[in-house]
Design a protein around this ligand. Structure first.
Ligand SMILES: [Zn+2]
Length: 199
């Protein structure tokens, strides 16, 4: 998920990166993977649950974290880098604050309350955004990379990020949450760009 409420868009990316030592360090140390864009089939395919926690998932998580921070974005789901498993990373501060990074396998929204309608974008649909309705508050259960379960709750941008990333794991994009007219407008533009090879 790309946080459109962030003060910094694409243009100030390099300046922004210099200002955050931790994010820059993480992003430069680990491989940044390319993010799949609208039209790539992993983005519309439901991802598989992670069942085998004996396998080392940390490498994939590290790549996802580096890719999210480098973008920059506030969340990333494994299918966005072409890996069809239910793993998400979220940091609504984009690395600006310690302790805000969330790495969650098999996230599940257990409960949601209220609603919020805000402008939303996605790293897989760069340059486009639209207003979507999301829960105002969510309670989520997921697993750490050692397989242990934990629960979290969040409101505002965090609730939106959870909803957005869980959608990715179910093969859905924020475009599916837009009004029909707005969605058609964006999809028509995207298809035209795909035909031109400009996507
Ligand atoms: Zn997204």
């Amino acid at each position: 998920m790309k946080g459109v409420s962030l003060p910094c868009g694409k243009r100030c990316r390099s300046e922004d990166r210099r200002s955050s030592r931790s994010r820059a360090t993480i992003a430069s140390r680990l491989p940044v993977r390319s993010i799949l864009r609208y039209g790539a089939s992993p983005l519309t395919t439901p991802a598989e649950p992670i069942a085998d926690f004996d396998q080392n998932w940390q490498g994939l998580a590290d790549d996802m974290i580096a890719t999210m921070y480098a973008a920059p974005g506030v969340g990333l789901a494994a299918p966005q880098i072409g890996v069809g498993v239910r793993l998400v990373v979220i940091d609504i501060t984009v690395g600006e604050k310690d302790g805000e990074l969330i790495v969650m396998a098999n996230p599940e929204i257990l409960e949601s309350r209220g609603s919020q309608s805000e402008e939303e974008g996605c790293l897989s649909v760069p340059e486009y955004s639209g207003v979507t309705r999301r829960p105002g508050w969510v309670r989520v259960r997921g697993q750490r990379l050692d397989g242990s379960f934990y629960e979290m709750e969040g409101d505002g941008l965090l609730a939106r990020a959870f909803a957005h990333e869980v959608d990715h794991l179910n093969g859905r994009l924020f475009l599916d949450r837009l009004g029909l007219l707005k969605r058609d407008l964006i999809v028509r533009k995207l298809r035209r760009r795909m035909r031109r090879g400009d996507w």
